[in-house]
Design a binder for this molecule. Structure first.
Ligand code: URA
Length: 232
């Protein structure tokens, strides 16, 4: 692979910046300065140092974000802050985006990656990826409501698939769905004449919200978590 391609894929430098740094002798490969940014390197084996900084080649990156309130699940928005703003420029340059959407006021687990194929697979309706949400509602939920929600309710002409609801108290609990229609949980609660007052995603497929992350914080996924997602 070309050195400048490797550096741009890692979000370290554009091709122009790489060419400039190479000419200035600021890039070394295996300890030797490389003056041409189009030199061939083996990204897995060669030790590349850019302006004194070792470069770890990764085409894809995977992060678990604890989404804070008020952020839009997008890479840009004319009005509100977006979840990718919570990441350093280096990762934004690598093309990270949120896998799926949470509403602006929904909190919790989001997978952020630049792996389009994986994201596409996980979001495909036939993948049936389970997502659990902690919720609070305005009015007490009856056993009848739970049965209705679990067997499927009509949200704007669409009948939701069977899901699981576990009540913790009369106005709060955890709901697990295997699909992801727009505003699904909000609309499901409205279908049983209730109203969401708090919504937090606590799991997405094999990923569990890391309670040690405060709102707005993120961490890289472990190898095991990435593998579990890929095998899903
Ligand atoms: N369902 C909703 O209504 N909102 C979300 O953010 C996620 C699921």
């Amino acid at each position: 692979m070309r050195l400048d391609k490797m550096l741009s894929e890692c979000g370290i430098a554009s091709r122009k910046e790489s060419a400039r740094a190479a000419r200035a002798g600021q890039i070394t490969v295996n300890g030797m300065p490389v003056r041409n940014a189009d030199a061939k390197v083996d990204p897995e084996r060669d030790a590349v140092i850019f302006c004194g900084r070792p470069v770890q080649y990764r085409k894809y990156v995977y992060f678990l974000l604890n989404k804070p309130d008020g952020y839009v699940s997008a890479t840009e928005d004319g009005k509100d802050p977006v979840v990718t703003e919570l990441f350093p420029e280096e990762y934004r340059k690598m093309g990270i985006f949120p896998c799926g959407r949470l509403d602006k006021h929904t909190l919790g687990l989001m997978l952020i990656t630049n792996d389009g194929a994986l994201s596409h697979r996980l979001l495909a309706p036939k993948s049936h990826v389970a997502k659990s949400y902690r919720f609070c509602v305005k009015f007490p939920i009856s056993e009848e409501d739970v049965k209705e929600l679990e067997s499927g309710v009509d949200i704007g002409g669409y009948l939701t698939k069977p899901c699981q609801v576990r009540l913790d108290e009369e106005k709060s609990g955890v709901i697990t769905i295997i699909e992801g229609k727009y505003h699904q949980i909000k609309l499901m609660m409205e279908a049983v004449h209730n109203q969401i007052t708090y919504l937090e995603r606590i799991s997405f497929g094999p990923l569990i919200l890391d309670e040690s992350l405060s709102r707005g914080e993120w961490r890289e996924l472990s190898k095991e978590e990435i593998q579990a997602l890929q095998e899903h």
